[in-house]
Unconditional design. Structure first.
Length: 331
């Protein structure tokens, strides 16, 4: 009840303004901001802001002229940005400031044009500050729910595209803070909740795969349509090779049509080439679709002698054809 009454009082205080715009200059804005009355009033009202005593703050502001009042509001919000410690009362007051329509404007004259802008554009600052606070609260709540096991990803990500992106970004920001137990519970949802198969991008899947190293998450990632997130994870794995887990996933990524060229190339470039990688690539040489790709990349990286030996010793016609084609195309 108290909070609702406070909002009404503040909204009324924020909306009692002149209907006519008043033009002032940049110089006038600076002069008013530096005037002793405004400077002293800002110092006094900062204390009221920090105590969240907005009834007294608004009454105090109402005792000075509209121009000085706007200057004080602007400086109070600048202080709020640097102070940073929001609570619900501060957020409520700042939201009102974000919705105010100041009637003081500045006209800038250029070469053949006039531009009108707000003399005190503090609304944007107030709006950003409240939004950041709301997102922080939401992120903290998400972490608590994830740790309790009550966070349902498909519900967390529900809504329109804008909301999905906002929730996704909060999730990605907080993901490194989650415990292994919380991460495992989130990973498990991908095998039990079919709605997660319709995620618009691979950001969450790639991040969970990276954070947990879970085989099922990587398997899902490589099966899905390639985008910037799966591409980024592949590049990260390339840079981690010859780490065993990285090599394992690079081999798995060759199943993705859009990623296979990069994945194969990264494996071929490993020097010295690990035994499991050599065995994997040799097996691929027997395939109709990927065999030629692998043979060409091996030939280009100086493995011609190995390929010739394989061609002579193998009775597999597909392998022989792939090797001969690759060797014939060498300069």
């Amino acid at each position: 009840m108290r909070q609702g009454m406070c909002m009404v009082v503040l909204l009324l205080a924020g909306c009692i303004q002149s209907a006519l715009a008043v033009e002032i200059t940049e110089k006038k804005v600076h002069e008013v901001a530096m005037s002793p009355q405004v400077v002293n009033r800002v110092v006094a009202l900062i204390k009221l802001y920090e105590k969240s005593d907005f009834r007294a703050l608004e009454f105090n502001l109402s005792q000075i002229s509209p121009l000085k009042q706007e200057s004080v509001r602007s400086q109070l919000i600048q202080h709020a940005v640097s102070y940073g410690q929001l609570d619900q009362d501060k957020a409520t007051w700042l939201q009102v400031q974000a919705e105010r329509q100041s009637n003081f404007t500045i006209i800038e004259q250029g070469d053949g044009y006039l531009v009108t802008k707000a003399a005190f554009p503090y609304g944007t600052q107030a709006r950003k500050l409240v939004l950041h606070w709301q997102q922080t609260l939401l992120a903290d709540k998400m972490v608590i729910q994830a740790e309790e096991g009550s966070l349902i990803l498909s519900k967390w990500l529900a809504g329109d595209i804008f909301h999905q992106k906002e929730q996704r970004d909060i999730f990605l920001e907080k993901l490194p803070d989650l415990s292994s137990m919380a991460l495992n519970k989130l990973v498990a949802q991908f095998s039990s909740d079919p709605q997660l198969m319709w995620l618009p991008d691979n950001a969450i899947i790639a991040s969970l795969a990276k954070q947990t190293g879970d085989e099922s998450m990587y398997r899902l990632l490589w099966r899905r349509r390639t985008d910037q997130y799966s591409q980024a994870e592949l590049t990260r794995l390339v840079n981690k090779a010859p780490d065993p887990q990285a090599i394992e996933q690079l081999m798995a990524a060759t199943s993705n049509p859009s990623l296979k060229q990069q994945a194969y190339r990264s494996l071929v470039l490993l020097k010295p080439m690990p035994p499991q990688t050599r065995e994997f690539l040799q097996g691929k040489l027997n395939e109709v679709d990927d065999g030629k790709v692998v043979a060409v990349q091996l030939a280009q990286q100086g493995y011609s002698s190995w390929l010739e030996q394989l061609a002579e010793s193998s009775g597999n016609k597909v392998l022989q054809k792939n090797l001969q084609s690759a060797l014939a195309n060498l300069p």
